[in-house]
Every structure is written in C-alpha cells, then in structure tokens.
Design a protein around this ligand. Structure first.
Ligand code: NAD
Length: 700
C-alpha cells in the first residue's frame, strides 16, 4: 500500500488500484503512490502483466484542481514521467476503466497498452474548460491514437465522450459488458509472452498522417473555432500542442506540451476559469436553506403568457420532459406563441441538432389553453406577462384562487417587487421570482428571487428545478433590477455618459466587445428593443431612480421611432433582413447636439478609458449589492454575469476581475468619478474597506 494506490496480485497479474475517494484524483500523494507501485510491479518477477484500475465509482477524475496553485512536495512524482514509465513497461499494461476517465485519468490510460471500458463510462480531456491544456501527454498521444482531426475535436471541445463513442474513435479497444476486472485480468494474462503485446501509443504514426498530407488542417480548424474561442487562450494552446505532435518527435512534443501547460495552469485565465468552476457549484449552498430541506415534487408546470419569454420558458420544461400548460388571454396570442415555439424547434431540427421525433415529443408536452381551469393541478406556475404591477397582481390573485394549495407561483418579472406581487395571494410563502434571460430556452441563468415570505421549501424546490431545467440557479433578494439588471443599469448609464463626453456608438461597442462581452451595450439594446428600457424610464421605476441622472440620448432616439433592429434603426441603422449594425450620421449628430445642450466639450476618449468607466461602476454596484446582503457571495454575482450577460468566463466574472485589477485601484477611480460627476457614483463602503485593508472580494 502506498498513499491512495494499492498493488495486489492475481497469480501472475499485478493489479494497481487508484484508491483516493471520491474521484481517485491524482493528488501529489497519489502520483507518488502510482509511481511507486508501477516500480514495485515492474521489479516483482512474479508479475508478468499489469492491470490499472480505479476503486469506487470511477477510474480517475484527473488532477486535483485545488493543488494547482500549491508548490509540489520535495518527493513529488511528475505525472508525464509516471505515464512514460507505464508505457515503457516491458510487461503489458491494461487499463480497466469504469465511471469516468478524465484529464490526467485518461492520460494515464493512454499510457497503458490496452484500454477496456465498462458501458456508460465517460472519457475525455476537459482541461480546456478550466483554462489550460492536458499536461501529461494527452495532446501528444491522443492524435497518434485517433487522428489529428478527431483529437482536435475532442481536446478543444473538452467534453467527455460516452464509451461507445470512445470505442468508435479508437480510444477504447473494447467495451466490456460483464465484469470489467475479470476481463482485464484475462486479457492481460493472454498477452503474456505475446510478441506484440506491448503497444505504445507514442510510437504510432498513422494518426498523424492526415495532418502531414493536409497542411491547411490546423489553420482551417483555427478559423472554425474562432468565434467560440474568442478571447480564450487555452483552446488555441491545445491546437498548438497538437501541432507539436505532428511536427516534433514524441519526446520533444511532450516537453513542449509540459511547457505550455505550466505557463497556462497558473495564468489569470486558468485561475478565473477555476474560480467559475467552483462558483457554479457553490451557488447551490444557501445558509438558511440547508441541503436536507424538503422539496415539493414538480411533475407538471404552467406558464402564463406565451410571448418572448413565456414561449422560451415553456420550452425549458418540455426539454426537461415536464408537461407544461401555456395560458394566454386570446386565441390569437396563443396561436402566435405556439407557432414561435414550433418554429424554434424546427430550426434546431433543420440544423440537425434535434431529431424530428424528439421535437414531436417535446411539442406534445406543451398544451395551450385559454382556461385557468387547466391550471388547477399543476405543481408550479411561471408568470411571464407584460411588466405591469397591477396586471401581475390580478393574475396572481386568480392563480391563488385556481391552483392547488401546494403549487408554487413564480414570476419572471425583471423589475417589479416580488413582495408586492405576493400580497395578491394567500400563499406568499409559495411566491418566488424565477428570472429567466432572453432567449429563455438558451440562456443558462435563472436568477431566483426570494421574497420576504418565501419559504425554505419553495426556495429549495425552485433551486432544484433550475438544475432539472439544465440551468444554473442563483438565489438573490428583492431590489431594483435584482442583481444582474441593477448592475447592468449602472454600466449602461456610464456607457451613455461616455457618448455625451465624446465617444460614438461604434467605438464604445467595439471596446466592450474587445474586452470579451458578446456585444457592446448599444448593439445589445438594438437587439432587445429600445422600447423596453424606455418604458421602464417612464414607469414607476423612474421615480425610484429619480435621484440618478441618466443621459437623454436614448429617449431622443426612441422618440424618433427608432426602437432597434425590429424597426430597422436604433443606435445604428440596419439593412433589410440584416443584423449588421451600420453607424448612422443621424445618431451621431443627435449625440453631438446633446453634448452641446449639456454644455459638454467633446473630447477624444480612449478605449483604455472606456473599460474602467463602464466596468468599475458595475463592480461598485456589485459591491453595494453584497454590502446590502442581496447576493450571497461575490462568486454568485460572477455566475450571474457569466451565464446571464455573457461576461467573459476567462475573466472569471466582474468580481473576480475586480480582484485582478485591484479593489484599491477601482475604489480610487470611483472616488474620482464621484467627485467629478456627483452622488450617482458613490463608492461602495465595502469596496472602500477592501481597498483600505488591501483585501479582495475573494477574501470575503
Ligand atoms: P411579451 O410582451 O413578449 O409577452 C407577454 C405576453 O403576455 C404576451 O403574449 C401577452 O399576450 C401575454 N399576456 C398579457 N396579458 C396577459 C394575461 N392577462 N394573461 C395571460 N397572458 C397575458 O413580454 P416578454 O418580453 O415575454 O416579458 C414577459 C415578462 O418577462 C415581463 O415581466 C418581463 O419583464 C420579463 N422579462 C423579459 C425579458 C426580455 O428580455 N424580454 C427578460 C427577462 C424577463
């Protein structure tokens, strides 16, 4: 027994078992243990062949992510060297893989001479999703084994493959239906004394041929991935390493891979992506709603309103296999809503990403209705009608009277007070906000808004439901715009002030896009429609925000009838049927004239000024939200911004990014802005504390 790894013997077969629950992670100790046991098996003359396997629920989940930032102990074993040692073994080595072989786990298996897997096993190299590259031969061995194109797809995508797909690709030699260990021992025994039993992946060349005969393969792949990989270092580094596999001898390629790995694994991007990985798991923890809080069974749902959001929300339920009733006020609206849902599915079918039969099954789960009677027995209702308090209260009153007593009544409101909506019912404990993002069937975020009276059971049920719908649910409390939109508002206002000071829309949007957002704020509002925020500015929300000056430019644009892409013009102009924004002199003249009216002398503003001006106030608002206890953790805010607004994952979310920039720098900038522009930019006192103590949001 060495740390976390055992060596046992079945007659002439040595069995090395990784045993480090829960995932047999390759910690420093386990790597040392593996090296020692391989050594022991090699020097034991009674052992003629070796099986490597995992104890418990899987083969091996890979490296121990938490150890990436630690200094290895003096006796640390280098994983690539251990794997080489396995591959160089003169005794045949069989990997017996069950459950999962991920990252370093798969790399260990690739060092073995044969790979057997149980049905249902998932295998892959997910390093890219954490911001780095496989660092123990994965990028050098996999292309040799399955071909360069396939290896590019697997490694750059980072998703785990099911065992049958892994077998089809050639990663796995055999999928074993019966007892895996028995089969592995039998295979190993049969290999003893066979002339070609030791098959080293590192010596294979066939897989590399396709790239040698097609020099454009790598550049084509880089072009193909450009859109999805924009801003990320790791996907490009993966391609670079696979290219080394083709152009360099194995040992040299391995050394290069290790070099790239070592640089990336401690990079800010990898730190950011690790942070997001943990933050997305952490969101489920709610101090006053413990894990064992009972939840209601949700088997059926209803959606009120089949507009932009209602349709998408209904699709989420159907996608998860839950029957959903969709209620509308008129047959017309209902037909229109159902047609949109159908068209959305049909588009996915025509792209080959959904089978027709599956579309039919999902459509059959969605039942349109004009009668509240059909809602009497559903377990959860999500209301998504117009953003009007009186209307919502009326609907909640009706729902309360119609739906069974246990049913949870949720609202998709983006600005209204969930507590006030709850007063329209006799079950405020069962009222909650479920704030989906547009398009609701695509965006992963659900901002779940707890009211004062919302019960732990309701919260736990809705958090669980988020997961079931394939979403990441983040719990927040009631405030103006909740967490995401309240911060968005702070950022958008700055963007528009910058227009008054000297920036034009195209420069502003480009700077934000280059920072890594999917698009700039003005292009975004052209896409969403300018009338939404226009209505908000004119509504009761405006009275709450009356102390906050906002730029009049957007209102003027709306007054010209320019409501965004849907009217062919907004902040930009659009050619018929095109979504490509064209800068418009009319808007530029309008902006310049507003500057004049306000007595502002326009000045050149650099991109380096745009980013802090827009994102520091965003962080500042996030800090105020934390101060007020409206979000549970800085990481929750990061998860909201990454999954709801497209904040670049490789920057870790706004609060993580703020720590990299330095809270002190942001606080000082906020103080300056506050002195120059007035009280709508008041620095957060929490930010002030962090600045004073030289701490970060990560320390909270
Ligand atoms: P929408 O105008 O597209 O759809 C609203 C639907 O509600 C319409 O189909 C309308 O016929 C229906 N409706 C109106 N009165 C009704 C009633 N009494 N009973 C049943 N149905 C009724 O609006 P939307 O963009 O889908 O927004 C719906 C809600 O979602 C709003 O609260 C909005 O703030 C919120 N929201 C919108 C977005 C977005 O980007 N559009 C994002 C998040 C949240």
């Amino acid at each position: 027994m060495a740390d976390g790894v055992t060596l046992t013997r079945d007659d002439n077969i040595g069995i090395i078992t990784l045993d480090n629950p829960p995932v047999n992670g390759l910690s420093f100790a386990v790597r040392r243990g593996l090296a020692d046991q391989v050594e022991a098996a090699l020097s034991d003359d009674a052992i003629e062949a070796i099986v490597v396997r995992g104890a418990g629920k899987m083969f091996c989940g890979g490296a121990d992510i938490r150890q990436f930032e630690q200094t290895p102990p003096a006796n640390a074993a280098n994983l690539p060297a251990v794997i080489n040692q396995i591959e160089d073994s003169p005794k045949p080595v069989v990997a017996a893989i069950h459950g999962v072989a991920a990252g370093g786990g798969l790399e260990v298996a690739l060092g073995c001479h044969y790979r057997l897997a149980s049905p249902g096993t998932r295998l892959g190299l997910p390093e890219v999703t954490l911001g780095f590259v496989p660092g123990a031969g994965g990028t050098q061995r996999l292309p040799r084994l399955i071909g360069v194109q396939n290896a590019l797809d697997v490694i750059v995508n980072g998703k785990l493959l099911p065992s049958d797909r892994a077998q089809a690709l050639g990663i796995v030699d055999e999928v074993v239906e019966g007892d895996l260990l028995t089969r592995a021992v039998t295979l190993a025994r049969g290999l003893v004394g066979q002339p070609d039993a030791v098959r080293k992946v590192s010596e294979r060349e066939e897989g590399l041929e396709e790239a040698r005969s097609n020099p454009a393969l790598f550049s084509d792949f880089r072009k193909k991935m450009a859109r999805r990989a924009r801003g990320f270092d790791a996907p490009y580094a993966c391609v670079e390493c696979i290219e080394y596999a083709v152009t360099l001898p194995f040992e040299a390629g391995l050394a290069k891979e290790r070099e790239v790995f070592s640089t990336l694994v401690t990079s800010d991007q990898a730190k950011a992506q690790r942070h997001v990985f943990f933050a997305e798991r952490e969101v489920a923890k709610i101090p006053d709603v413990p894990k064992d809080t009972p939840t209601l069974v949700v088997e059926t749902a209803a959606v009120i309103g089949a507009g932009t959001m209602g349709g998408g929300i209904a699709m989420n339920f159907a996608n998860a296999g839950l029957p959903v009733v969709v209620y509308e006020v008129s047959q017309d609206a209902l037909d229109k809503g159902m047609a949109t849902i159908r068209n959305n599915y049909a588009a996915t079918v025509s792209k080959g990403r959904l089978a027709q039969a599956e579309m039919d099954r999902r459509m059959s789960l969605i039942s349109p209705t004009l009668s509240y009677d059909d809602l009497a027995q559903v377990d959860v209702v999500v209301e998504a009608v117009f953003e009007e308090m009186d209307l919502k209260k009326r609907i909640f009153g009706t729902l309360d009277a119609t739906c069974k007593a246990e049913a949870i009544l949720a609202t998709n409101t983006s600005t209204l007070d969930v507590n006030e909506i709850a007063t329209a019912t006799n079950r405020p404990d069962k009222v909650i906000g479920t704030h989906f993002f547009n398009p609701a069937n695509v965006m992963r975020l659900m901002e779940n808004v707890r009211g004062q009276a919302t019960s732990a059971e309701t919260i736990a049920t809705i958090m669980k439901l988020s997961k079931r719908l394939g979403k990441v649910g983040v719990l927040v409390s009631v405030c103006d715009g909740f967490v995401g939109n309240r911060m968005l508002f702070a950022y958008r206002r700055q963007a528009e002030f910058l227009l008054e000071e000297g920036v034009l829309p195209q420069q502003l949007d480009k700077a934000i896009y280059d920072f890594g957002m999917p698009m700039g704020p003005l292009q975004m509002s052209d896409l969403a429609g300018l009338d939404i925020s226009w209505r908000v500015r004119k509504s009761q929300v405006a009275t709450r925000r009356a102390h906050l000056r906002y730029s009049p430019i957007a209102d003027r644009i709306c007054e010209m009838g320019r409501l965004g892409q849907k009217t062919g013009a907004g902040w930009y102009r659009y050619k018929d049927g095109s979504r490509a924004p064209i800068p418009d002199p009319i808007v530029e003249n309008l902006i310049v004239s507003v500057s004049e009216e306000l007595g502002i002398t326009r000045r050149p503003v650099s991109d380096d000024e745009i980013i802090p001006r827009c994102f520091y106030p965003l962080v500042n608002e996030g800090a105020k939200i934390l101060e007020e206890g409206l979000a549970q953790r800085p990481g929750d805010i990061d998860v909201i911004w990454i999954n709801g607004y497209g904040f670049p994952r490789y920057r870790g979310g706004p609060m993580f990014w703020a720590d990299l920039v330095g809270p002190r720098k942001i606080y000082n900038a906020m103080k300056r802005l506050h002195d120059e522009h007035g009280n709508w930019l008041k620095p957060s006192s929490l930010l002030g504390e962090l600045a004073r103590d030289n701490r970060g949001f990560k320390d909270l």
